[in-house]
Design a protein around this ligand. Structure first.
Ligand code: FRU
Length: 520
């Protein structure tokens, strides 16, 4: 369990090169206050965040020889967005992360925007050997000078390869490999191996739709088809697609994730998805309904790891372009969501996606206490039951008969965040996160708000699992059928936990766990 301890490591400043990856150091925040490694105000304790400076989308997610690689959009010189690099971190358990040097730097073709990575096990690209096949990263080159000059073809796709399992990277000398066909937004390539057609398939975002290309060698690409200009949400530009197959007994479906900014369910950036068929040339959605992967405000540009067999592991950027550059953190900006496993579920609306935190995360929890069954008439103060105050914890319970409830976490200076459900008796059937009173909210007009999501399940009881990590909440209802992720910035740690009843509330199987820091 994390205690707020301030450890005395040698002091270093942001400009000080001795504060490089791997060295645990004291940081000095605005106002001159010293803090320990990953102990700054608002710093998440069990989520990935960069040691310092700016981060947005996850990139190049690939699993090789027992190692999960996480690359990410990164500007190493500032904590606001700028010339994009690929930052890099690795993990063997999706929980603890080791920072690595920057993977890809901008070059004469431009900044390195989002993309993916594959293990080219048969050396189809010829960039390695059959004995030592390459890992190939496929990304967008964004040429800022072309953009400034008013051109439309300033986004092109390039590749880089690694012959040491992702440790070091070399750009391909013939870049770009896929030239812009005359589309202003042409980016974020996701590449997969498509077994039935014996080809690599690239899906990338092209304004109001995605485009599919194919290749036998990751170098020469042929156009296959477009999808989506008349389906799904269109309140903004499409970005960061992902394509993968999921199975249930007797069912095999293709899933297409597409992020959109703005135009999300609760405003700003969000990720929609389609379930359907993919032939290697065309994607066909089974249903015209717009579906959202996460109904919160802060899960964007998420994609899944390649080379993980039938397991689909997703991670998203825990922010929103409405305010990402303004959130009140100091030496770093943004964290990732918890890694989540994606699965198909059968619902009354047909097949949908359920997301649940990867079970690996349970290795860092401490069982604090559990209660089998109890009734709440007005307010139940969980902080009174346990002697420990947590700033990072997991709370799960079962709400009997789908009654309305609130979980309020607060502090003694009046900041609070509420996660709740308005039930049928209140003429509703929606979950919500209310961060209006959660502390500092005035850095952007869109930040303070209450965000709703429909309940997808018809089960009588509601299973609730909530993860709080200093400045983020991830709410998984009905085993991941409805998910909401929001960030918040309290003026002091929120560590008082209460369950509040709107009507008589019957609760079963409550468990509260403190969660250890992954950075200790
Ligand atoms: C999504 C996005 C991508 C782009 C990257 C630039 O958040 O806009 O479309 O590649 O960020 O950093």
């Amino acid at each position: 369990m994390r205690l707020l301890i301030y450890i005395a490591f040698p002091v270093c400043f942001l400009s000080d090169s001795s504060c490089s990856s791997g060295e645990k150091s004291v940081h000095r925040e605005q106002g001159g206050q010293e803090t320990g490694y990953y102990q700054e105000r608002h710093r998440p304790q069990f989520h990935f965040s960069p040691e310092s400076q700016w981060m947005n989308d996850p990139n190049g997610l690939v699993f090789i020889e027992g190692v999960y690689h996480l690359f990410y959009q990164h500007f190493p010189d500032s904590n606001i967005w700028g010339p994009m690099h690929w930052g890099h971190a690795i993990s063997t358990d999706l929980v603890h992360w080791e920072h690595k040097p920057v993977g890809l730097y901008p070059d004469e073709h431009g900044y390195i925007y989002s993309g993916s990575a594959v293990y080219d096990s048969d050396n189809t690209s010829g960039l390695g050997t059959s004995d030592n096949p390459p890992v190939v990263a496929i990304f967008t080159y964004h040429d800022p000078s072309g953009e400034k000059a008013g051109k439309i073809d300033f986004q092109n796709q390039g590749i880089a390869f690694s012959l040491d399992n992702g440790e070091t990277w070399k750009k391909y000398s013939g870049n770009p490999v896929l030239k812009n066909p005359g589309t202003r937004d042409f980016r974020d390539p996701r590449v997969i191996w498509h077994e039935p057609s014996d080809k690599w398939i690239m899906v990338l975002a092209a304004g109001d739709h995605v485009s599919f290309y194919s290749s036998t060698d990751l170098i020469r690409w042929s156009f296959e088809s477009d999808f989506g200009s008349r389906l799904g949400a269109h309140g903004g530009v499409w970005e960061c697609p992902d394509l993968f197959k999921l199975e249930l007994p007797g069912v095999e479906k293709w899933v297409l994730l597409v992020s959109i900014n703005p135009g999300g369910f609760n405003g700003g950036s969000a990720t929609q998805y389609f379930i359907g068929e993919f032939t290697g040339k065309y994607f066909m959605a089974d249903s015209p309904i717009t579906r959202w992967l996460d109904y919160g405000m802060d899960n964007y540009a998420g994609v899944t790891w390649s080379n993980t067999g039938s397991r689909r592991i997703f991670i998203g950027w825990m922010s929103n372009w409405l305010y990402a550059n303004k959130v009140p953190t100091t030496i770093w900006r943004s964290a990732m969501t918890l890694p989540r496993e994606l699965n198909l579920v059968k619902t009354i609306n047909g097949l949908e996606l359920a997301s649940m935190p990867v079970p690996e995360i349970y290795q860092i929890r401490n069982e604090e206490f559990s209660i089998g069954h109890f009734l709440v008439e007005s307010t139940f103060d969980l902080s009174n039951q346990s002697n420990t105050r947590f700033s990072a914890f997991e709370l799960s319970f079962l709400i009997k008969n789908a009654s309305s409830f609130k979980v309020r976490i607060s502090n003694s200076i009046g900041d609070s965040l509420v996660v709740g459900y308005h039930g049928f008796k209140l003429g509703d059937n929606r979950f919500y996160i209310d961060r209006r009173g959660s502390g500092e909210t005035d850095f952007a007009p869109e930040f303070a708000g209450i965000h709703f999501s429909p309940r997808r399940s018809l089960e009588k009881d509601i299973h609730v699992q909530i993860f709080f990590d200093v400045s983020s909440v991830e709410f998984f209802a009905d085993h991941g059928q409805t998910v909401m992720t929001d960030i918040f910035f309290p003026d002091a740690i929120l560590d008082k936990i209460e369950i509040i009843a709107a009507e008589n509330l019957e609760i079963a199987d409550l468990k509260l766990y403190g969660i250890n820091s992954i950075w200790d």
